[in-house]
Design a protein around this ligand. Structure first.
Ligand code: 6PG
Length: 239
């Protein structure tokens, strides 16, 4: 495993989420103390929902937290497939979140991708055209995708965002995603993976065979940061 990567295994999703919650709070407090704010990019999907539900009851200066997303599905915010809408329901409503920089999912993917790149520019850390996120939360699909970087998507891109059309399970196809350019400038990255269906792919992604075109989760390689895999025993059973 790369020197910037570590793997933490837990008996189940609840204990995985509890551990991720504690480290989330630690990183957030450190960022607020050192830089006056905490910039976090959230993930969609099912796996992080328990973490979001737990964070809703944590004490933190939420007024210093700026919420972004690693990707979003281009459906209305009240659609069950909208990642922002899901977080709003279980988390933001409880903490009175204010600094929400969501991907404008009601626009078409191309326009939303451009608008999000402009939003990121407003938080840029020169010479970058985007922020150095203090934390990026990611998941991993059974096919090895992460955010909305899917197998076969272009690896060598120089843009911060991409408009994507992807068919995965029964989820919305039109999306916007951060590219690895932004993600890999993050100080900390969590990748959450749980369940037996992830085991085969997790083994491939963490193996020495580098195939970022087909296993986009392998594109995650922070330049000056740490990536921590939070997995449960079912997902880790083939490691
Ligand atoms: C999304 C996510 C996506 C997700 C994986 C895993 O918007 O769907 O960003 O990358 O993390 O598809 O999803 P599960 O956690 O539901 O398995």
């Amino acid at each position: 495993m790369k020197s910037n990567t570590s793997l933490k295994t837990y008996p189940n999703l609840d204990e995985l989420s509890e551990a991720a919650k504690q480290l989330f709070i630690e990183i957030a407090n450190e960022a607020i103390q050192q830089r006056g704010r905490f910039l976090v990019a959230l993930s969609g999907g099912n796996t992080p929902m328990k973490l979001y539900e737990k964070l809703a009851y944590e004490t933190l200066d939420w007024s210093r937290v700026h919420f972004f997303w690693g990707d979003e599905r281009c459906v209305p915010v009240d659609d069950a497939g909208n990642s922002y809408g899901q977080a709003q329901k279980v988390w933001f409503d409880k903490i009175g979140a204010t600094n929400i920089h969501r991907i404008q999912s009601d626009l078409g993917p191309a326009e939303a991708a451009k608008e999000y790149a402009d939003t990121l520019k407003g938080f840029s850390e020169p010479p970058l055209d985007w922020p150095r996120f203090d934390l990026v939360l990611l998941g991993m699909g059974d096919d090895g995708h992460t955010a909305s970087l899917f197998p076969g998507s272009p690896v060598d891109v120089d843009s911060p965002t991409l408009a994507v059309v992807a068919n995965y399970q029964d989820r919305p196809a039109n999306r916007v995603t951060l590219t690895q350019n932004v993600i890999n400038d993050a100080r900390n990255i969590f990748i959450l993976a749980a369940g037996a269906s992830k085991a085969e792919t997790l083994k491939k992604v963490l193996s020495d065979t580098y195939n970022p075109a087909e296993l986009p989760a392998q594109r995650i390689d922070p330049k000056d940061g740490e990536v921590i895999w939070f997995v449960d025993e079912a997902a880790a059973r083939k490691l």
